[in-house]
Design a protein around this ligand. Structure first.
Ligand code: NAP
Length: 486
């Protein structure tokens, strides 16, 4: 770590943010934050226990009434000021993110811009929350609807996008007038702690955003999910943990949003522009080292162009340089931890055992850090585990298809339904295939679909609810209907 990186980490608050104050865990415990490129310890942050979790919810509940009464413009201006500050501090935030998460600086810079845009978007949405007025069909009464903030919200986010997964929730909650308890992933808390301090500095009132870092995650979160004062739970993470949280939230019928795992198909039709498809494949596969819920997980390529596609794609993958994300010239950083790296190795071994061919890559890199070679596999059979499980690493399995109907059937044969990608130059096919794919999001001739102005979310085991777009703020609003007799 350089001196500037060390002073950057030193500048981040390491405590719990409760009622506007940074404080240590009640029992003084701390948890280690690792650098995934070396396995070394970067920093120690407060390790909250259940009493700290409850204190954070107490603060959110206490702040809710006043916060809900603030003028929409005031909430919008806080978001706008935070957007400006994130943009001004983009380099520091990106460096912090790279240090704790591993992705390259270029990718972290991209996430900072993407994450900040949710604040800009929802600063504009804060003043566009509407109800309606109408006359009942029989003319006897008037129907007024109004929108109100849902109330105190628990937010749980993953490590793969330490900033954007947070701003995608905090932005609409601030715009709608909800208070929050935010729990970032224990592997990447520093970016969120820096963001929380930034929000405090631009004038977010005490208690509106409370941040709890903990390694006793289930033990600290479950009582909050079951606390009747909590009004909403929004979770981004794995489908397994999402299922558990939905079960817990059933007790008090919480409003719930779930952004869960994916298993994105990437379909290349015979009429596609192949170079464009390879470009799209590099983005859809390699963004975030393959550690994205939207990552292309299964490549289905028409049998007439599959060899060409695999050759070009493998050539690009072979040209990538692995290394520490802060180093110049590095294209691909390490995976988040040893478990993640070993999991990817197992999936590749399983595919090889079942007959897949390794065109490039195929192995973990020995030595320090959790690196895995960019990998392309062909002839991957449908019973290979990676065709049904999230790979979450830089591995691209290619299978072929003969007809459009077969491509769609195979793409849909998964419990997941988050992102999907289609490459074709035939507009009628775009319409047919988009209507047939069971996915919340479809990218046509593009390898990145996330956009703050679009509704991000999935169907089936990928969850429910939408983040971003006009839909994003609705997740934080309740509708009250008032019938008025004239
Ligand atoms: P994860 O293990 O489910 O963890 C996500 C968050 O949940 C972390 O903050 C984690 O805390 C917390 N958590 C774990 N167990 C919990 C429990 N029993 N109760 C309450 N919270 C709990 O997922 P991950 O490995 O960090 O992230 C990868 C997954 O997220 C992938 O499946 C990916 O597809 C999905 N994801 C989805 C989206 C989307 O928008 N759909 C976006 C990004 C990622 P700790 O860190 O303390 O364990």
């Amino acid at each position: 770590m350089t001196i500037t990186q060390k002073s950057l980490i030193d500048s981040v608050p390491k405590g719990l943010l409760i009622a506007g104050q940074w404080r240590p865990a009640a029992d003084g415990a701390t948890l280690d934050v690792e650098d995934p490129s070396t396995g070394g310890v970067l920093a120690q942050v407060a390790d909250a226990g259940p009493a700290d979790g409850k204190a954070a919810l107490d603060a959110a509940v206490a702040a809710q009434e006043d916060w809900a009464r603030t003028a929409p413009r005031e909430r919008g201006e806080i978001l706008r000021a935070a957007f400006e500050r994130i943009t001004a501090q983009a380099e520091e935030l990106a460096t912090l993110m790279t240090l704790e998460m591993g992705k390259t600086l270029a990718e972290s810079r991209g996430e900072v811009i993407y994450g900040a845009e949710f604040f800009r978007w929802f600063s504009e949405e804060a003043v566009r929350i509407h109800g309606r007025w109408s006359t009942a069909p029989n003319g006897a009464t008037r129907l007024l609807t109004m929108k109100k903030p849902v109330g105190p919200t628990l937010m749980i986010t993953p490590w793969n996008f330490p900033l954007a997964m947070g701003t995608r929730k905090i932005g609409p909650a601030i715009a709608a007038g909800c208070t929050m308890v935010m729990k970032p992933a224990s592997q990447t808390p520093l970016t969120m702690l820096a963001l929380a301090e930034l929000l405090r500095e631009v004038g977010l009132p005490a208690g509106v955003l409370n941040v709890v870092t903990t390694s006793s995650t289930g033990e600290v979160m479950e009582p909050l999910v079951r606390d009747p004062r909590l009004r909403k739970l929004t979770f981004t993470g794995s489908t397994g943990v999402g299922r558990k949280l939905v079960e817990q939230s059933a007790e008090q019928l919480l409003r719930v949003s779930m952004e869960l795992g994916g298993n994105a198909p990437f379909i290349v039709f015979e009429d596609a522009d192949l170079d464009r498809a390879v470009e799209g494949a590099m983005l859809a596969k390699m963004r975030n080292i393959g550690e994205a819920c939207t990552a292309a997980n299964r490549f289905f390529v028409h049998e007439s162009v599959a060899d060409d596609f695999a050759t070009k794609f493998a050539e690009r993958m072979r040209g990538l340089t692995l290394g520490k994300g802060t180093k110049k010239g590095v294209d691909v950083g390490p995976l988040i931890d040893a478990k993640a790296r070993d999991g990817v190795s197992e999936l590749v071994q399983d595919a090889r055992d079942k007959g897949a061919t390794v065109v490039t890559g195929g192995s973990a890199v020995p030595g320090r850090g959790y690196f895995f070679e960019p990998t392309v596999l062909t002839d991957v059979p449908m019973d290979a585990r990676m065709m049904t499980e999230e790979i979450f690493g830089p591995v691209a399995p290619i299978a072929t298809f003969a007809t459009e109907e077969e491509a769609v059937r195979r793409a849909n044969s998964t419990e997941y339904g988050l992102a999907s990608y289609v490459f074709t130059n035939d507009l009628s096919r775009v319409i047919r295939v988009s209507e047939a794919l069971e996915y919340g999001m479809i990218g046509v001739n593009q390898g990145i679909i996330s956009n703050p102005a679009a509704p991000f979310g999935g169907v089936k085991a990928s969850g429910f609810g939408r983040e971003g777009g006009f839909e994003g703020i609705e997740e934080y609003l309740e509708t009250t209907y008032v019938g008025i007799a004239p």
